[in-house]
Structures are given as structure tokens and as C-alpha cells.
Design a protein around this ligand. Structure first.
Ligand SMILES: Cc1cc2nc3c(=O)[nH]c(=O)nc-3n(C[C@H](O)[C@H](O)[C@H](O)COP(=O)(O)OP(=O)(O)OC[C@H]3O[C@@H](n4cnc5c(N)ncnc54)[C@H](O)[C@@H]3O)c2cc1C
Length: 323
């Protein structure tokens, strides 16, 4: 019998997040015969639109429509998932700020196994899932065996699995009453958008992003010249903001901005999940790093093993010549 796999789907403004396209691929890798069900919590028209979007990717969609879910709150959603999910369910969720909040407690409540931040699969052997995780900031891979027989909650790193192209005509089922009453101590108050600086990196198609490898503030000019030549702007990783070399509104990542460029040129950035968690929309990623085993090379489409301080001015010159 094929396994019951569920994917927790995050959505915004009536559209599912990129992770929805990746989680179905993870499920298919685990079990090509599985009937994968998308789980969506929200309220009103936005939820309805997101469910229709999810139905273009998943054969089955379960929706829970409650006013209290208009903002995702793991404390509210967790007990409702426990009411909804069958015993032995395998639940996939994105490993992002929300997924980190939701999944460990969900695994405890379901009394099932939990593996977080999965970056690869070595396959499923009977009831044993062989998953790959990373330790020490991506320097070491660990191969984890997880027993799926009693169910499992698995969180998956964004951007490392391929994305589905959709094309499904899935069915949406309303599971609102099955989810039970909403009870929680934690209340949603309001969304406060991060301040936008002089440049809004969330709207740019081309980002030249710099990390600790920039070494000192004066070197930022090198990146600015390259960004100008490419028709983009400079963004950065958190250490550059911590050093007060760039303003917070330029920081990409889970505690910074979420960007959706077409081209992401990452220079002197190791590729931590907190940084890459802010890079959405499957951009073309070019990484320049002098360490050939930097984790960023696992997600980059093009990798350049070079000193960025030498490479960037040469690239700027070449682009200017071509113009
Ligand atoms: C709760 C939390 C939230 C966080 N939020 C964010 C966030 O939003 N955004 C974010 O970026 N980080 C965030 N972080 C920090 C994150 O974990 C990493 O520490 C950070 O992303 C590392 O930045 P980096 O890649 O620039 O630096 P490092 O990890 O130090 O990497 C520097 C890289 O540059 C390379 N390098 C050095 N010199 C050169 C050179 N001359 N040429 C080429 N390559 C060179 C090195 O080989 C290395 O790979 C967060 C951490 C926590 C705990």
C-alpha cells in the first residue's frame, strides 16, 4: 500500500510559496505511487485562491478556513493538524521560520519521527527513509535513517530540491469542521513590514550580493561597480550589516529581506540556510567563493572558485567592454 504523504503549504496573497512546488517532488522521490495531499490553513478568498493554486500542483488539497488562521500561527495550527491527520501520516513542511516553529512540536504530538532541515534523499528502503542533513554550517553531510512506520514529520530546506511544473487538476476538500475548535494562548496582533531603505532589493531583478568575503567596507565599491555594470543593485549577508557596512534593508535572509531576483550573484557568501532562505523564485544563482567546498556551490547554477576581490573588477571590465 502506498504511503499517505501530506505537504504543509505556505501561501501569501492567494498564491502558494515556492516550497509547495518542491515538497511534491520530495514526496514523489519518497514514493512515486503516493497520493500526496496539500494542507492549507487560512481564511476567505485568499485561502480559496491559494487552494486553487495548490490544486494545480497536488492531486488532493485539504483546506481549513478559519478567521484565526488568516495569519499563520503554529500554536493554533498544530493541534488542528493532530485532529486531521491519520495515524502514520508522513508530513512534509518547509524548513523556514514557520516550519521550525511548527514541526518539532507536531512530531511530539503525533508521536512520530522527526527529521529537520533535509537537504537530500538517499531513498526509502522498506520503512526506512535515508535522508541527508548538514552540520557545521554545511561543511559536513550526515546521512540519517528515519523509521517511517509510525509516521514522520520532515522539514525540507528550500531551494535544494527541483520544483514541479504543476499541471495537476487536483480536488479541494473542506476539512474545516474536522479540524476542531481553535484554542491557543498566542494571539496574532499585526504584520509590520520591514522598512524599505533607499533601494528596495525585493523589487530588483539583478542582485550582486556580498558576504563576509568582502573583508572591509572600502571594498564594497567593487561590488557597487559590478552591480551598476550589470544593471542591478548590491545586497548582502548579515555579517555585512552587523559590521554596519550596509543598512539592514539590504540584508537577504530569514531575518532580513526575501528577494525574488532573476539573477543572484553571491560573492564571498558561504550559503547558510538563514541567508538562502531569503532567496526565492528560483533565480539563476552564480556563486564566487575562494573555498571550493563552500555550501553555496550546492545551490549555485554556476560556481566560480576565485578571490572575489580579484574576480569582481575583471567581470565589471568585461561587461563594460561588451556594452
Ligand atoms: C536566527 C538567525 C537568523 C539569521 N538571519 C540571517 C539572515 O537573514 N541573513 C544572513 O545572511 N545570515 C543570517 N544569519 C547568519 C547566518 O547563520 C550566517 O552566519 C551568515 O549568513 C554568514 O554570512 P556569510 O556567508 O557572509 O559569512 P561566512 O559564513 O563567514 O562566509 C564567508 C564566505 O566567504 C568566503 N570568502 C572569504 N574571503 C573571500 C574572498 N576574498 N573571495 C571569495 N570568497 C571569500 C569564505 O570561503 C566563506 O565561504 C542568521 C543567523 C541566525 C542564528
Amino acid at each position: 500500500m502506498s504511503r499517505q504523504i501530506f505537504a504543509y503549504i505556505e501561501h501569501n496573497d492567494g498564491a502558494v510559496e515556492d516550497s509547495a512546488f518542491e515538497l511534491i517532488k520530495v514526496a514523489e522521490q519518497m514514493d512515486p505511487q503516493a497520493q500526496v495531499t496539500a494542507l492549507l490553513f487560512g481564511s476567505g478568498q485568499e485561502l480559496e485562491d491559494a487552494c486553487q493554486h495548490a490544486a494545480s500542483i497536488y492531486p488532493q488539497v485539504w483546506k481549513v478556513d478559519k478567521q484565526e488562521h488568516s495569519y499563520p500561527n503554529a500554536e493554533l495550527i498544530r493541534p488542528q493538524l493532530v485532529n486531521l491527520l491519520p495515524a502514520d501520516a508522513v508530513v512534509l513542511a518547509p524548513f523556514d521560520t514557520f516550519g521550525m516553529d511548527l514541526t518539532p512540536g507536531l512530531a511530539i504530538k503525533l508521536d512520530s519521527a522527526h527529521v529537520s532541515d533535509i537537504v537530500g534523499l538517499d531513498g526509502v528502503d522498506g520503512d526506512t527513509l535515508k535522508a541527508v542533513r548538514q552540520e557545521y554550517g554545511g561543511q559536513v553531510h550526515t546521512h540519517v535513517h528515519c523509521d517511517l512506520s509510525g509516521g514522520a514529520v520532515l522539514s525540507v530546506r528550500g531551494g535544494v530540491f527541483p520544483a514541479s511544473e504543476g499541471g495537476q487538476e487536483g480536488q479541494v476538500a473542506d476539512k474545516t469542521s474536522d479540524a476542531g475548535e481553535v484554542q491557543a494562548g498566542r494571539r496574532f496582533l499585526e504584520v509590520r513590514e520591514a522598512e524599505v531603505g533607499e533601494v528596495d532589493i525585493t523589487k530588483e531583478d539583478i542582485l550582486v550580493s556580498i558576504g563576509r568575503g568582502i573583508e572591509e567596507e572600502d571594498n564594497i565599491e567593487i561590488a557597487q561597480e559590478l552591480a551598476e555594470a550589470m544593471g542591478g543593485v548590491v545586497s548582502c549577508s548579515r555579517p555585512v550589516v552587523d559590521a554596519k557596512w550596509m543598512e539592514k534593508s539590504r540584508q537577504v535572509g530569514t531575518s532580513g529581506m526575501t528577494v525574488k531576483p532573476k539573477i543572484y550573484l553571491a560573492m564571498g557568501i558561504s550559503g547558510s540556510f538563514q541567508h538562502m532562505g531569503g532567496v526565492k523564485g528560483n533565480p539563476f544563482i552564480v556563486a564566487v567563493n575562494k573555498n571550493a567546498s563552500a555550501p553555496i556551490f550546492q545551490v549555485a547554477h554556476v560556481g566560480v572558485v576565485e578571490d572575489m576581490l580579484e574576480f569582481a573588477p575583471v567581470l565589471t571590465e568585461k561587461i563594460q567592454e561588451m556594452k
